[in-house]
Design a protein around this ligand. Structure first.
Ligand SMILES: *Cc1c(COP(=O)(O)O)cnc(C)c1O
Length: 322
């Protein structure tokens, strides 16, 4: 086992940006005049639904795998994920020429399972309501000598995810507020490292599903709160608790945690499809769903929103918005 890595800093986000340069897309930051007219605020959307494999997770995965030494590369990587982290690790491993084993729930969206296998990874299934994916991942790592890369609680993953907010601020200038989806907190903590350094006055907010507000409770109670797997359409944010690294950064650098209901997520999916002509998965709508509700407090201000991903079966998308 490797020693515990130090907590990531903004310098690690900058280093990650160098490693992913030329491999990850520099995704567009889009605006909507109609929305700005409606709300009186100015919205800037960082569109990670257009990232490689369809979500920001490619950033953290590629950064983490780029840090492997020769022996780690040869043996390969193992990851557990409800979907996007799996695809991100599988694609990154393929690009870097190493084997990947992915532990996925047996009810993971078909599109995500197929994509993971399509990138050449071996998929091992488990039951997300009765089995512990972390234990399965750790056992595989030990048995096969693989390096486990967790979906969020890892310094190289956090640093990689932070590059999305870094690019957004580079693209659109300083922000007054930044809204970020929250599952286990990799994206939020990385974003906070970038935003604190680049836009010191920017308020930073996490947004998680109403059905699973463990992050909000953890933030307010000052300890990591564990919950049962929440039932929500936001399948990328069905996490049961924050991580040690992510919680420390979130409690230090984040201003507050908000929630969004499934109904608000569906409204946001409709908004993105109708007004901005883009398909965003339910989890990818979390940040906007809360930002839209809170926009009256931000009249005349510049609000950054990270749209985290776009991987949703078309049939499922139609059922939800129909
Ligand atoms: C993983 C994921 C999230 C949550 O990210 P964390 O780093 O776990 O907080 C949000 N949106 C999408 C699309 C994701 O794939």
């Amino acid at each position: 086992m490797t020693a515990k890595l130090p907590a990531p800093t903004y310098a690690d986000v900058v280093a990650a940006a160098g490693r992913i340069d030329g491999h990850a897309h520099r995704t567009p930051s889009l605006t909507s005049r109609l929305l700005d007219d409606e709300t009186g605020a100015r919205f800037f959307f960082k569109c990670e639904n257009f990232q490689r494999m369809g979500a920001f997770k490619f950033r953290g995965a590629f950064n983490a795998l780029s840090c492997f030494d020769a022996a780690q590369r040869k043996a390969g990587v193992v990851a557990f994920s409800s979907g996007n982290h799996a695809q991100a690790i599988a694609l990154s491993a393929q690009l870097l020429g190493m084997p990947a084993t992915i532990v996925m729930p047996n009810d993971a969206p078909a599109i995500k399972v197929a994509a993971t296998k399509g990138y050449g990874a071996e998929v091992v299934h488990y039951d997300r309501y009765t089995e512990d994916r972390e234990a399965i991942g750790k056992r595989l790592a030990q048995e096969r000598g693989l390096t486990l890369i967790p979906p969020y609680d890892h310094p190289h993953v956090i640093a990689g995810q932070g590059t999305a907010a870094m690019e957004l601020i580079e693209q659109c200038g300083p922000l007054d507020a930044l809204f970020v989806c929250l599952g286990g907190g990799g994206l939020l903590s990385g974003s906070a490292l970038a935003a604190r350094a680049l836009a010191p006055d920017c308020k930073i907010f996490g947004v998680e599903p109403e059905a699973g507000n463990d992050g909000q409770r953890s933030f307010r109670e000052g300890r990591i709160v564990h919950i049962d797997t929440p039932r929500t359409i936001a399948d990328g944010a069905q996490t049961q608790h924050l991580g040690d690294y992510t919680f420390d950064i979130i409690r230090r650098d984040v201003d507050d945690i908000h929630t969004a209901s499934d109904a608000e997520l569906v409204e946001a999916m409709r908004f993105f499809a109708e007004r901005m002509k883009m398909i965003v998965e339910p989890t990818g709508c979390l940040a906007f769903a809360a930002a839209r509700r809170l926009a009256p407090q931000w009249a005349g201000k510049r609000i950054g929103v990270i749209v985290s991903g776009g991987n949703v079966d078309l049939k499922r998308f139609c059922e939800l918005v129909g």
